[in-house]
Design a protein around this ligand. Structure first.
Ligand code: SF4
Ligand code: SF4
Length: 624
C-alpha cells in the first residue's frame, strides 16, 4: 500500500482532510497517537496507524475515548507530543479527564482532534464541540480545507506547548471528508526521550491543588489571548464594503460559494478566523470597525457570534449584527442558507427558485419507496435477531428492548422492530439495567463487542451488584464494524490470535448464566436464548448470551486475503413454494423474489447458511 502522507516535502498531493491532519501530526513531530473510531474522525488515526512503524511513532486504537485521552496526557506529561482523535460524542466520554487536564496544564503538546457531525449523518446528536473549549478554557482551532487541516495541526502543537494547555482541533464532516490539494512540509522526528518529572503539587488534582491550579489555568488562558493575536492565521478579504462577514471552518466554503453565486465580491468583506475560541479580539474589533453591518456565518451554535457581540459590548462598537437570525442553528450548513441570508442583507435577487426544487423533491419523495439502511447480506446480527425474535415469541414474553450504538442499532427496522430506547455507547446495558431494576416487564439489553469493552462493563457490574433480572445480548461480530472494521480488545478471538474473551470478563463478574452461541446456528440460538429467558424469569438475575459471528465484510476481506472462495447458497425452484418467509421475515438483501419463487443473488451471497435453516420447505441449499 502506498502512503501518500509519507511523500517528501514540497510535493503537492491530494488528501482527505483527515489524512492531512495525520500528515500535519507527522510534520509536527508527534510521538503518540491514540483514539477511538467514530465517523467523521476515524481516518486520522487509521492513517497514522498504517505508517506508525515506518516513521517510528506509537499509534493505536484505545478501548474508549477517555483512555485514549489519558494516554495522550501520559505522553504529554512525559514531555512528548500526543495527538488524540475522536468524534464529538466521544469527547463526552473523555470529558472528565479532558477538563481536568486543563487544570494541570500540559508539557509536551497535546492536540485533541474532535470531528463534529452536523446533520447527524451517523450520530445520536449534533453537539458543538466548541462549547467544550469554553467549558475547559481550552483553545479551539478550526481548519476549513485539507491544506489548513495539515498546517493547523502544527500550529496547535506549538500553541499547546507555548501556553501549556491542550488544544482542540475541531473539524466538521465536510472538512474531514473532503479531499483537497495539500503542499507537504517536512516530516520531523523530535527525538525527545520520555521523561516524567514528578510534580504532585501540579499533577495530583486533590481539591487543594485544583484550587491553586484554577488560578494558573486562568493565567495560561490570558497568555493564550495574546498568542492567538500573534499567530495571524486569519484570512481577511477586503472590498471596502459596509457589509462584513465573519466566518470559520467549513462555513467559509459556503460563504465563498454564496458570494460567488450572487457576484458580491465587491459588496462584502470577509474575515475567516482560525481560532474560534477564544477569538483574536484585536483582529475582530479592527474588522468590525471597518464595516457597518456584520453577518456571522458558522455551523451549529452561535459561538463566534456571541464572542463578537461580547467584543462589541466591551469596545462600545454599535453596529448591526446578524447570525442565527439568518443562519440556521441546526444541521449542516449549505451555500443555499448563506445565499438567502446575503440576498436579504444586500437586496441582490437570488436567480435560483429554491421552492421549485423543493416542490420537485417533495413530489418525487411520494413515489420513492422508503429505503431504510439494512444489515449486509450475511450479517451475523440478522441471524441473532431472528433467533431472539423466535425465542421471545415461543416464550410469550412481552419485553422492552434497550438498544446500543453500533451496526445492530438497525435492529429497529422491519422485520425485527427491536429498539425501544437508544442513547449512547454502553447505554443499552445501563438503561436496560435501570429499567429492569424499576419495573416488571422483561428487559433485553443489547450491546456490541467493541461497545462492550468501551462502556458497558460498569453497567454490567451494576446489574450483578443490584441482582437485576435482564437478558444481556452481546452481539459479537469480531470487529468495530460500523466505523470500518477497526480492532478492539477482543479482536483476534475469532481470528484465532488471542484477545480478551468477553465470556471471561462476564464470568469473572459472577454471572451464572453465560452462553456463547454461533450467530449463524439458528436452532441453537433459539434454544439457548429461550433458556436464558427462563433463567432470568425464574432466578431474577442477569443472564448473558454472547452471539458470535464474524462481520460479513470482514469475512469477505479474510476470504480475499486467503484466496479462498466464499460458500454460496441457492434456491431449489421445485421445492420453493413462494411462502416469502426468507424475503419478508429474514430480509437478507441477497434474496429477492423472481416471479413467485425466491432467488439468491450469487454476487451478494456470503454463504452464511442462515436462510437454509429458516426456509420451512428446505428449498435453500449450499451450492456444491
Ligand atoms: S457491516 Fe458487518 S455487522 Fe454491519 S451490517 Fe454489515 S455485515 Fe453486519
Ligand atoms: S446464505 Fe442466505 S442468508 Fe446467508 S448471505 Fe447467502 S442468501 Fe443471505
Amino acid at each position: 500500500m502506498r502512503h501518500e502522507i509519507l511523500d517528501s516535502s514540497e510535493k503537492i498531493v491530494y488528501l482527505l482532510g483527515n489524512e492531512a491532519i495525520a500528515r500535519g501530526a507527522l510534520e509536527a513531530g508527534v510521538d503518540l497517537a491514540s483514539g477511538y473510531p467514530g465517523t467523521p474522525s476515524t481516518e486520522v488515526l487509521e492513517t497514522l496507524i498504517n505508517v506508525a512503524d515506518k516513521v517510528g511513532i506509537k499509534a493505536g486504537w484505545a478501548v474508549n475515548e477517555k483512555v485514549a485521552y489519558e494516554n495522550g496526557i501520559a505522553a504529554s506529561l512525559s514531555g512528548l507530543r500526543a495527538l488524540v482523535t475522536m468524534k464529538h460524542v466521544g469527547l463526552n466520554v473523555a470529558a472528565d479527564s479532558f477538563v481536568s487536564s486543563a487544570y494541570t496544564g500540559v508539557i509536551g503538546g497535546l492536540v485533541v482532534v474532535v470531528a463534529d457531525d452536523p446533520s447527524m449523518y451517523s450520530s445520536q446528536n449534533e453537539q458543538d464541540t466548541r462549547f467544550y473549549g469554553q467549558l475547559a478554557h481550552v483553545p479551539v482551532i478550526e481548519p476549513s480545507n485539507a491544506q489548513e487541516c495539515k498546517d493547523f495541526v502544527k500550529v496547535a502543537f506549538d500553541i499547546s506547548e507555548k501556553v501549556e494547555l491542550p488544544v482542540i482541533l475541531r473539524t466538521t464532516t465536510r472538512v474531514s471528508h473532503s479531499r483537497g490539494v495539500v503542499k507537504l512540509g517536512k516530516v520531523i522526528k523530535m527525538d525527545r526521550k520520555p521523561l516524567f518529572s514528578k510534580n504532585p503539587g501540579r499533577f495530583q488534582l486533590l481539591p487543594s491543588i485544583a484550587k491553586k491550579n484554577k488560578i494558573l489555568l486562568l493565567e495560561r488562558f490570558n497568555k493564550l489571548n495574546n498568542l492567538i493575536e500573534e499567530v495571524k492565521l486569519e484570512k481577511r478579504i477586503e472590498s471596502g464594503s459596509r457589509l462584513g462577514i465573519i466566518t470559520a471552518g467549513a462555513a467559509y466554503s459556503n460563504v465563498v460559494e454564496a458570494v460567488d453565486t450572487l457576484d458580491l465580491w465587491d459588496a462584502v468583506s470577509i474575515l475567516k478566523l482560525a481560532f474560534t475560541y477564544p477569538i483574536p479580539k484585536k483582529v475582530v474589533s479592527d474588522f468590525i470597525r471597518s464595516v457597518n453591518e456584520i453577518l456571522v456565518v458558522e455551523e451549529l451554535d452561535p459561538i463566534i457570534e456571541n464572542s463578537v457581540k461580547s467584543i462589541m459590548v466591551d469596545e462600545n462598537l454599535v453596529k448591526r449584527i446578524h447570525g442565527k437570525d439568518l443562519i440556521p442553528e441546526f444541521y449542516e450548513l449549505s451555500p443555499r442558507h448563506v445565499i438567502i441570508a446575503l440576498s436579504k442583507l444586500t437586496g441582490v435577487k437570488v436567480s435560483r427558485d429554491y421552492s421549485f426544487y423543493d416542490n420537485i423533491n417533495n413530489e418525487l419523495t411520494k413515489f420513492l419507496p422508503p429505503r431504510p439502511p439494512a444489515f449486509c447480506a450475511g450479517c451475523p446480527h440478522r441471524s441473532t435477531l431472528y433467533s431472539l425474535q423466535r425465542a421471545l415469541a415461543i416464550m410469550r414474553v412481552s419485553y422492552i428492548y434497550s438498544n446500543d450504538i453500533g451496526c445492530y442499532s438497525l435492529s429497529v427496522n422491519p422485520p425485527f422492530g427491536f429498539g425501544d430506547v437508544l442513547y449512547s455507547m454502553g447505554a443499552g446495558v445501563g438503561v436496560g439495567q435501570g429499567l429492569a431494576f424499576l419495573q416488571d416487564q422483561f428487559i433485553v439489553a443489547a450491546v456490541g463487542d467493541s461497545t462492550f469493552y468501551h462502556a458497558a462493563i460498569p453497567a454490567l457490574i451494576n446489574a450483578v451488584h443490584n441482582r437485576t433480572p435482564l437478558l444481556i445480548l452481546v452481539m459479537d461480530n469480531g470487529v468495530t464494524a460500523m466505523t470500518g472494521q477497526q480492532s478492539h480488545p477482543g479482536t483476534g478471538v475469532l481470528l484465532g490470535t488471542g484477545g480478551i474473551p468477553i465470556e471471561n470478563i462476564v464470568q469473572s463478574l459472577g454471572i451464572e448464566y453465560v452462553k456463547v452461541i454461533n450467530s449463524f446456528n439458528i436452532k441453537d440460538g433459539i434454544d439457548i436464548i429461550k433458556n436464558a429467558i427462563k433463567y432470568v424469569l425464574e432466578n431474577k438475575r442477569p443472564a448473558v448470551v454472547i452471539s458470535r459471528g464474524l462481520c460479513a465484510l470482514e469475512e469477505i476481506n479474510l476470504h480475499r486475503v486467503r484466496g479462498e472462495k466464499m460458500k454460496l447458497y441457492t434456491v431449489d425452484n421445485l421445492k420453493c413454494t413462494g411462502c416469502k418467509v426468507c424475503t419478508d421475515y429474514f430480509t437478507c438483501p441477497a434474496i429477492s423474489l423472481s416471479g413467485n419463487k425466491a432467488f439468491i443473488d450469487p454476487l451478494l451471497c456470503t454463504g452464511c447458511g442462515s436462510c437454509a435453516q429458516i426456509c420451512p420447505y428446505r428449498a435453500i441449499m449450499e451450492v456444491k
